[in-house]
Unconditional design. Structure first.
Length: 98
């Protein structure tokens, strides 16, 4: 495996772990009907940071991140990428077609 591929896999792993933290904290929700469709969960990003720091200290996610600050950066990234809509955009299209 090339170094670039290994690096990209590591970044994907960090993003996945950060997304899981944001979902568990209620900052982001995933549509129950459309896998991979995320939207605003209603909670403030600080909830994800607090949960993540606790999980890092407990060793639950410390194998994914080098530090709590790195973890917070990845949480911020995934929240900014996935928290724009107020509901699933696919469901919105289906249920609100005219």
């Amino acid at each position: 495996m090339s170094m670039t591929k290994r690096y990209m896999d590591e970044i994907d792993d960090k993003r996945s772990a950060a997304l899981a933290i944001a979902i568990q904290a209620g900052v982001i929700k995933e549509c129950e009907f459309h896998d991979g469709c995320y939207f605003d969960g209603g909670e403030d990003i600080e909830e994800a940071y607090t949960l993540g720091v606790k999980m890092f200290a407990d060793g639950e996610v410390s194998d994914h991140f080098d530090s709590p600050d790195e973890m917070k950066d990845f949480i911020k990234e995934v929240v900014e990428q996935n928290n724009a809509a107020e509901e699933c955009t696919w469901c919105d299209k289906v249920f609100n077609e005219d």
